[in-house]
Design a protein around this ligand. Structure first.
Ligand code: NDP
Length: 281
C-alpha cells in the first residue's frame, strides 16, 4: 500500500483549479513580495513563490531591500495597502534581528494579509470568525482531508508552537474535534505524548527529532520541518524508520512545502474576493 502523502500531487490539483478561476476574472491579481536582507533560504522560498505566481497567472512585484529603515519599510507597506491595484502583501520571514517583526507584519492591511499573520487575522481565527488562514496550517488541513484522514475524536500531537504553523494548526484541529496536545522544546517527555497520538505533526526544524520508538503503529505523520545541511534538505522525522510504523506519512521535500506555496496563491485570490466584496471577512 502506498503510504506517502503526496503534497506535489494535491497542490497540482489545486493549482489547476486556481488557474481556471483566476483566468476567468476581469482583472489580473497582484501580489507584492517584500524581502529584507539576503537570507539564503528566503531567496529560495521567494523564488518559488514568484515562479508559482507566474505559472498561475498572478502578477508579482518583488521588492528586495539589502537594508531598509523599519519606519520606511512600514511606509512602503502602507503605500501598498492604499493601492487598489495590489491585492496581497507578503513580508518574507525572518526579517533581520534589528526589526520588530510583529510591528512590520501588523502594518499590512488585514484584507491584504496573504500569510494570515497579522494580529487581526490570527485573532479572528481564534475567535471563530472568517479569516485568512496561515498557509502552512491551511495546507496541512487540505492534505489530511484529501487523504480522508478521520479527524473527529483523534489524538493529535503538534510539535512546535509558532504562530506560523503550530498555533493556528492547534485551533484548526480543535475545530475539527481532535484532542490536541501542543509540544515544544520544554516538553518533558516528548516520546510519551507522541506514542499516544493517532496523528503527529512536527514543525521544529530539528533534523531527525522524531524517531521510530516515538510512533505507534498506524499513526499519520506530517513532517513540516526543513533543515538545510550541506545543500541537502532534511525533515524532523527519521523517514526510513518511521515509515514502517506510519499508516500515512509525508516526505521532505515534496510533502507540506508545495501545499504552503499553493495556499499562498489561494489566499491571494481570497484577498481579492474580500476586497471586491465577493467574500466576507
Ligand atoms: P520556530 O523556530 O518559530 O519554531 C520552532 C518550534 O519548535 C518552537 O516552538 C520550539 O519550541 C520547537 N522545538 C525546537 N526544538 C524542539 C525540540 N527538541 N523538541 C520539541 N520542540 C522543539 O520555527 P517555525 O515554526 O517557523 O518553523 C518550524 C520548521 O518548519 C522549520 O524547519 C521551518 O523551516 C519549517 N517550515 C516549513 C514550512 C513548509 O512549508 N514545509 C513552512 C514553515 C516552516 P519553543 O517554542 O519552546 O522554542
Amino acid at each position: 500500500m502506498n503510504k506517502i502523502i503526496d503534497g506535489k500531487l494535491v497542490s497540482s490539483i489545486i493549482k489547476e483549479n486556481l488557474k481556471k478561476e483566476i483566468s476567468s476574472l476581469d482583472e489580473k491579481l497582484t501580489l507584492v513580495v517584500i524581502q529584507v536582507g539576503n537570507n539564503e533560504a528566503s531567496n529560495i522560498y521567494v523564488n518559488k513563490k514568484i515562479n508559482l505566481c507566474n505559472e498561475i497567472g498572478i502578477n508579482s512585484i518583488y521588492k528586495k531591500y539589502d537594508d531598509i529603515d523599519e519606519e520606511i519599510l512600514i511606509k512602503e507597506i502602507e503605500k501598498f495597502n492604499n493601492d487598489s491595484s495590489i491585492n496581497g502583501i507578503l513580508v518574507q520571514l525572518p526579517l533581520p534581528d534589528s526589526f520588530n517583526t510583529k510591528k512590520v507584519i501588523n502594518s499590512i492591511s488585514y484584507k491584504k494579509d496573504v500569510d494570515g499573520l497579522t494580529s487581526i487575522n490570527l485573532g479572528k481565527l481564534y475567535n471563530n470568525e472568517e479569516s485568512i488562514i496561515p498557509c502552512t496550517a491551511k495546507g496541512i488541513m487540505k492534505l489530511l482531508d484529501y487523504y480522508n484522514v478521520l479527524l473527529e475524536g483523534k489524538k493529535v500531537s503538534i510539535v512546535g508552537r509558532s504562530n506560523l504553523v503550530g498555533i493556528p494548526l492547534f485551533k484548526l484541529l480543535l475545530d475539527r474535534n481532535c484532542t490536541v496536545t501542543m509540544c515544544h522544546s520544554k516538553t518533558k517527555d516528548l516520546k510519551s505524548s507522541l506514542k499516544e497520538s493517532d496523528i503527529i505533526i512536527s514543525a521544529t526544524g530539528k533534523k531527525g527529532l522524531i524517531t521510530r520508538v516515538m510512533v505507534k503503529e498506524g499513526t499519520v505523520v506530517i513532517d513540516v520541518g526543513i533543515s538545510r545541511i550541506e545543500n541537502k534538505i532534511y525533515g524532523d522525522v527519521c523517514f526510513d524508520e518511521v515509515e514502517e510504523r506510519a499508516s500515512l506519512i509525508t516526505k521532505v521535500p515534496g510533502g507540506v512545502g508545495p501545499m504552503t506555496v499553493i495556499c499562498l496563491m489561494e489566499n491571494t485570490l481570497d484577498c481579492y474576493k474580500i476586497q471586491k466584496n465577493m467574500k466576507n471577512l
